[in-house]
Design a protein around this ligand. Sequence first.
Ligand code: HEC
Length: 127
Amino acid sequence: MKHLFKYFLIISLGLFMNSCYYDAIQDEVIIDNGNGGGTTEVSYATDIVPLWSQCTGCHGSIKPTLNINSYTNLLNGYVIAGDANNSVLYKSLLGTGGISLMPPGSKWPQSKIDLVKTWINQGAKNN
Ligand code: HEC
């Protein structure tokens, strides 16, 4: 009987410690700053610029209208720092607000669109 109790104690201790472990992991996943992404800062150079490879075929120079390789050009009329919803660039990825869907005819997966949204809402930094 004494042994049985000892095993019970060990097993329940194991379960208890396990559940604590999972609780800790879940807390990290739930944290969200409301920008459509996590709390980590999006980097323009590392996270955003590589996405433009799907745009440069048409927007690699000033024609048509936008040279997406130019941060200055992006911030000059296409991106309102801190306000994705009113940024032409973000609206073009959704195809909303009278802006043609970009890339034309093939909407990006939501995760990529959200990355751009988060970058803009975090201040559209040249980081
Ligand atoms: C197949 C060529 C092509 C590709 C690829 C393309 N675009 Fe465009 N884009 C255009 C054309 C043409 C226009 C201008 C005509 C229009 O507004 O429909 C334009 C206009 C825009 C505008 C300005 C809209 C406005 O009304 O001022 C934005 C912003 C834009 N594109 C962003 C992007 C982004 C971001 C990508 C990549 C995800 C992309 N485009 C990929 C051809 C393209």
